[in-house]
Ligand binder design. Structure first.
Ligand SMILES: [Zn+2]
Length: 297
């Protein structure tokens, strides 16, 4: 069976050529997955509806984004200009994770080529995240009765503080975040399980800690998993503070996806962050998620 992967050309947004965020990676990743025959054809998402967004965000915030009436301070916190293509991108990438989660239930595993906007919370965005796509999709699955006990396993180098805040009092969603202790956000939120990593950690130690916690998570009876596969753990990342090699990132993705797939727990993989100094390497690192999932089928 072919891996189901969700992609849309509107994942690219016009944020300015000199912007620090590597927005071109979304288009390049899609090309790479096709060229390497990891994916044959993409599933195309619709923009997320307001009704679905409201499962994880306030009506005021949704409308302020859609109407571009968000105040300057809130826009600054997000880090993207609030222009039409950014609004469109935020809606379609969130719709993409919702679609990927449904495909994961159908096929055991599925991925988005964007998503993992884990810094966004109920009332606002932050750190290049407008809508918390994973939170929206998780609540969508719960509300529709498609899942009952969801795990968000967030291995981006930054803490998934938005997801932690949104699900703070929700017993049906378990938030797990393994991140760099000294990295953004300065003030961390409280996930159901936070694992803080010291600077300059290398593959062996990182993978040992990951395996330890996966064994613990396997004691819970999750019936759905969102995996945020940020590649900013790589040693050559602009924003990461860890020293994980190419092979370390690949092994991480294989260990996580195989762990849940082998237990028959549907897994939806999303991109998370990545700001590598080498753009081609960045695209390749992000593709490890899709390669690992394709290998399972
Ligand atoms: Zn990150």
């Amino acid at each position: 069976m072919d891996l189901s992967v969700v992609n849309h050309e509107d994942y690219f947004a016009k944020i300015g050529d000199d912007h620090k965020f590597p927005i071109n990676k979304f288009g390049e990743l899609a090309n790479y997955l096709l060229k390497k025959k990891i994916v044959e054809k993409f599933h195309k998402p619709y923009p997320c509806s307001e009704e679905t967004l409201k499962r994880a965000h306030s009506e005021k915030y949704i409308n302020d984004v859609k109407n571009k009436t968000l105040d300057q301070n809130s826009i600054k916190k997000i880090g993207f200009p609030l222009v039409d293509s950014v609004v469109k991108r935020s809606l379609v990438a969130t719709g993409g994770t919702v679609l990927a989660s449904k495909l994961a239930i159908k096929n055991g595993v599925a991925c988005n080529t964007a998503g993992g906007s884990h810094h966004a919370n109920f009332n606002g965005g932050a750190g290049y995240c407008v809508f918390n796509d994973v939170a929206v999709a998780a609540q969508y699955l719960l509300d529709r009765g498609l899942a009952g006990k969801i795990l968000i396993i967030d291995l981006d180098v930054h803490q998934g503080n938005g997801s932690a805040d949104i699900f703070r009092t929700n017993n049906n969603v378990f938030t797990f975040s393994m991140h760099s202790k000294s990295n953004y956000p300065a003030k961390k939120s409280i996930s159901d399980c936070d694992v803080e990593l010291e600077n300059d950690m290398e593959d062996k130690e990182y993978l040992r800690i990951l395996r330890f916690y996966l064994n613990q998570l396997n004691e819970e009876n999750f019936d759905f998993v969102f995996y945020i596969a940020g590649v900013d753990i790589h040693f050559n990342d602009r924003l990461g503070k860890l020293k994980i090699s190419d092979e370390g990132v690949r092994e991480r993705d294989e260990v996580v996806t195989e762990n849940f797939f082998s237990q028959g727990i549907p897994l939806c993989g999303v991109l998370g962050g990545g700001y590598n100094k080498d753009f081609n390497k960045l695209v390749e690192l992000h593709s490890f998620l899709h390669q690992s999932c394709a290998k399972l089928l």
